[in-house]
Design a protein around this ligand. Structure first.
Ligand code: XMP
Length: 525
């Protein structure tokens, strides 16, 4: 494995992604990890990421100098380049002119890092400080008109650093440099593939659980479904998957989840029909946060009731499996270490265990990024409708019905939503066919309907109607942090509108939400 040292900001995560894209496993570690700790983790190479600080700033992050003596190949970018220079006896100077954005480097002919790339190439720079003198034993291997040391290396010690950022797409040959480092210089193999991983992960799950029982809260979302599929392969009916049906899922979804986990995977599947209890609790509640609170609290009430029931046969449930993924861990680590992202195991345990109840957690996805989880799901044989499922809020349709939730409104929303999904699934499939990319530029990332708490006048046939409008929300995004409303073709919009009004009783109007996030959010509540 490759360890990526994190000097802050998001650079380390991006580098870890790029390395994994080349099928080499990589993990992020805090930059203040000691050489002994590194040795214990037995990595094959180290990569020092960029970071926002200046090496001369007062609390600038440093590295344990002994990591350079571990005999491991080291690659450093930007801050990693400068910290290497300073630590090994070179110099970094402040310069008047910074370099931000694309720049052209001229590279050395011999450097193995630049193999199979042109002598002049475009790279992405973002720095003010620059290495002014390289450490002893190092050679300059690339420069730009304003940056004399755009790259340096000590080939004998296998230490290679660049001022620019090979991990960003704007660096033309960034991925090739990474390939050169990993495969030619470090001699690694591209063996980290999901197919290879499945067997290992199944084995690890089985070893962790032993003969004990496991419980899992299965939502039907990607992450919990992948854990369920993995657990099914590993321990079969030793695992109970609890599916709590709050009645707020999309049309046909509960049936689909049940079908997959009873027919395709052999687990102990418990379908809790809690629809009526939720309806009673939500009756008359209009405040969005109150809805969320009620739904969240009831979820754990239902879940722990099942867990308790299970144990009446005298066999205790020892483990709770969870679909926590890597970004959750990185983010909770970031909060803990005050800015530095760390992967020290922090069981950011958000589960409100009641008095006297405790399960040990099993989180098999805690080192996977979202798209890797999807690949793993496919490798485990999960159907595409689960693997490529859109994000869906835990409180479900309750936060897409403005005002109080009622059975009548739920029915209307489910029917309108089903049409939107049908039409936009087809639209996305057409784009996928044309571009070969699932989340291509104009593909919709998330799409659904919102039911506002108003009525308006319309005319259908010869009759005046007084019925509800439905609001279509369709956004392009990659991570839900920001989003733009999808520029859907008019024909698609027209078809959706026509079908909803014709097919869903109680709706006489369709509006399209054309607000981006920010300033709006994706959901309405
Ligand atoms: P917003 O509305 O904040 O949503 O732009 C961002 C993303 O998060 C989803 N979302 C939720 N997911 N529980 C969840 O698990 C929630 O309470 C929740 N609220 C919003 C939303 O669908 C979007 O993808």
């Amino acid at each position: 494995k490759v360890l990526v040292f994190d000097f802050g900001a998001q650079y380390a995560q991006l580098i870890a992604r790029r390395v994994r894209d080349l099928h080499v496993y990589s993990e992020i570690v805090p930059c203040d990890i000691t050489a002994d700790e590194v040795r214990e983790m037995a990595p094959s190479a180290l990569i020092l990421s960029g970071g926002p600080a200046s090496v001369y700033a007062e609390d600038a992050p440093t590295v344990d100098p002994a990591i350079y003596d571990l005999g491991l190949p080291i690659l450093g970018f930007c801050y990693g380049h400068q910290v290497t220079a300073v630590t090994l006896g070179g110099e970094v100077g402040h310069s008047e002119i910074g370099e931000y954005g694309p720049a052209t480097i001229e590279r050395d002919r011999e450097s193995a890092l630049f193999n199979a790339t042109p002598l002049e190439q475009t790279v992405w720079m973002s720095h003010r400080d620059a290495v002014s003198r390289v450490p002893e034993g190092f050679a300059v291997t690339a420069s730009t008109s304003v940056c004399p040391v755009a790259a340096m290396e000590n080939a004998e010690r296998r230490i290679y650093t660049t001022q620019f950022h090979p991990e960003v797409k704007h660096t033309e040959y960034g991925q090739q440099l990474l390939r050169n480092f990993l495969f030619d210089i470090c001699g690694l193999e591209a063996s980290w593939t999901m197919d290879n991983l499945v067997e290992t992960m199944v084995g690890e799950f089985r070893a962790a659980v032993g003969e004990d029982r496991v419980i899992l809260a299965l939502s039907g979302g990607v992450d919990s479904s992948v854990v369920a599929a993995l657990g099914a392969r590993a321990v079969g009916r030793q695992m109970t998957c609890v599916f709590i049906n709050h009645g707020l899922l999309r049309k046909s979804e509960p049936e689909q989840v049940e079908e997959v986990f009873t027919k395709q995977f052999d687990v102990d599947f418990v379908h809790v029909h809690a629809e009526e209890r939720y309806a009673a609790l939500l009756d008359g509640v209009t405040d969005p946060e109150e809805k969320r609170r009620i739904i969240g609290t009831q979820f754990w009430n239902e879940f722990f009731a099942v867990a308790k029931d299970l144990e009446t046969d005298g066999r205790p449930v020892k483990y709770l499996a969870q679909g926590t993924i890597y970004p959750d861990i990185i983010e909770s680590g970031a909060r803990k270490t005050g800015g530095k992202t760390a992967t020290i195991k922090s069981h950011h345990n958000l589960i409100p265990f009641p008095e006297g109840v405790h399960f040990d957690l099993i989180e098999p996805l805690d080192h996977f990024f979202k798209d890797e989880v999807r690949e793993l799901g496919l490798a485990l044989g999960l159907p595409e409708h689960i693997v490529y499922r859109q994000p869906f809020p835990g409180p479900g349709l309750a936060i897409r019905i403005i005002g109080a939730v009622s059975p009548e409104k739920l029915e209307i929303l489910k029917n309108a939503d089903a049409i939107v999904r049908e039409e936009l699934d087809a639209y996305n499939a057409r784009l996928f066919e044309q571009t070969g990319e699932r989340n291509s530029e104009h593909a919709c990332w998330q799409y659904f309907c919102v039911l506002p708490d108003i009525k308006s006048v319309g005319v259908m046939g010869d009759e005046r109607t007084y019925a509800r409008p439905v609001i279509l929300r369709a956004v392009e995004s990659s991570d839900a942090m920001t989003a733009d409303w999808a520029r859907l073709p008019y024909e698609v919009l027209a078809r959706i509108s026509g079908r909803i009004v014709a097919e869903v009783p109680g709706i006489n109007r369709v509006a399209y939400d054309i607000t981006s996030k920010p300033p709006a959010t994706i959901e309405w509540e």
